[in-house]
Design a protein around this ligand. Structure first.
Ligand code: CP3
Length: 341
């Protein structure tokens, strides 16, 4: 592979500058995304390998990032298990048949990996297009975060139903989480077998949980998943919002990288983790709305702070918002690529 910056940093090998990619880089802030999106539904885009590859390649070709991320969604595992999934403009994801009873949970399928073959097919097309230039990151949603969509029926502000399930019927919650974990393991192993070079586990909404509930209803499934991956030289990146709190627990799952939100000093949290665990992050995504001089200053400030640290991947603390100016994203990447330690 020509550009190994991301894989090197993930394995805590020194790099001449930090590698850069952005969560949600294959998405709506790019006018070119809308040209495709206006012709197809989001799920059609995910399920048609040539189109998924086209979208995956947009930030590679237009921005020159150091890693590509598969164009898909974390909720496709929920759909494969039996969730009636749709995405509506302005509404977001919806499961029309939310999981509310023991019978709903029993009805979910776990031998359903064949339904996700389109993802393996997309990975093969993308790898041909990348032609060993940069690594391709695969991903899945972590069981707690996927469960929250299955139970709430869509996005939620307070996760009321999910938390009620956890607190009133913990055995049922565990039954559901175990089923999602099984499918997630199969799904990430499918992606690795198809050729992804790294995988990221998205536990986006873990921040909603108390320490004890995170430990019992999220963390232990992430431990199980990471331990069950068939991988050599394929690093695992563990992401959650709330990582500034949960990072010490996340480290126990033995990921290669922990992706850190923007509430904490990155060097400080790294110093509290085992030295072979790299960190990813952790610019506040809102910085990319700001003036270019501010963008440059904040990136340089972070890089100076991380000077001398092996195992640092530059990213945002969470995904790019759809209305961030394309030009600012491009500028941020240029600032990173010009930097030398
Ligand atoms: O990072 C990338 O560019 C790769 C593709 C990717 C998407 N979703 C494409 C997408 C990835 C990695 C995801 C992960 C994802 N999906 C997460 C975890 C990451 C995070 O931000 O915390 C979550 C929580 C979801 C669920 C989801 N999918 C939501 C809540 C929404 C709609 C609202 C929103 O936040 O945008 C989606 C839709 C979605 N996923 C879009 C894209 C490009 C927009 C679809 C459209 O064009 O209408």
């Amino acid at each position: 592979m020509t550009n190994t910056l991301l894989l090197d940093a993930a394995f805590s090998i020194e790099t001449p500058r930090p590698p850069v990619w952005f969560m949600r880089q294959a998405g709506r802030f790019m006018p070119q995304y809308w040209e495709i999106k206006n012709k197809y539904s989001f799920l059609e885009m995910c399920k048609t390998p040539e189109i998924a590859a086209d979208v995956t390649m947009l930030p590679v070709d237009l921005l020159g990032i150091d890693a590509a991320i598969l164009f898909s969604d974390i909720l496709v595992t929920g759909e494969a298990m039996g969730g009636d999934l749709s995405f509506t403009q302005g509404v977001g994801p919806k499961f029309a048949n939310p999981i509310r009873t023991a019978a709903d949970i029993e009805a979910l399928e776990t031998n359903c990996i064949h339904k996700l073959q389109y993802v393996a097919d997309a990975i093969k097309v993308i790898q041909q297009r990348l032609n060993k230039s940069i690594p391709l990151i695969g991903f899945a949603g972590a069981p707690f975060t996927v469960m929250s969509y299955l139970v709430e029926g869509g996005s939620s502000k307070d996760f009321k139903l999910t938390k009620l399930l956890i607190h009133n019927q913990p055995q049922l919650a565990h039954r559901l989480l175990a089923k999602i974990a099984k499918v997630t393991i199969d799904y990430l192993n499918l992606q690795i077998a198809a050729g992804v070079n790294a995988v990221q586990l998205f536990d986006s909404w873990a921040l909603a949980l108390s320490w004890d509930d995170y430990n019992e209803f999220s963390h232990r499934y992430n431990v199980e998943i990471i331990a069950a991956l068939n991988r050599t030289n394929v690093p695992v990146i563990s992401f959650c919002k709330g990582s500034s709190v949960f990072a010490p627990l996340m480290a126990e799952a033995k990921p290669d990288v922990i992706s850190i939100d923007w509430n904490v000093d990155l060097k400080d949290i790294k110093s509290r983790l085992p030295h072979n665990i790299a960190v990813q992050g952790n610019l506040d995504p809102h910085i990319l709305y700001a003036d270019k001089a501010v963008i440059k200053d904040r990136i340089h400030r972070l890089f100076e702070r991380m000077r001398g640290e092996k195992g640092f991947i530059f990213n945002l603390g969470h995904g790019i918002m759809p209305d961030i100016p394309f030009d600012n994203v491009k500028y941020a990447i240029d600032v990173v690529k010009e930097f030398r330690y």
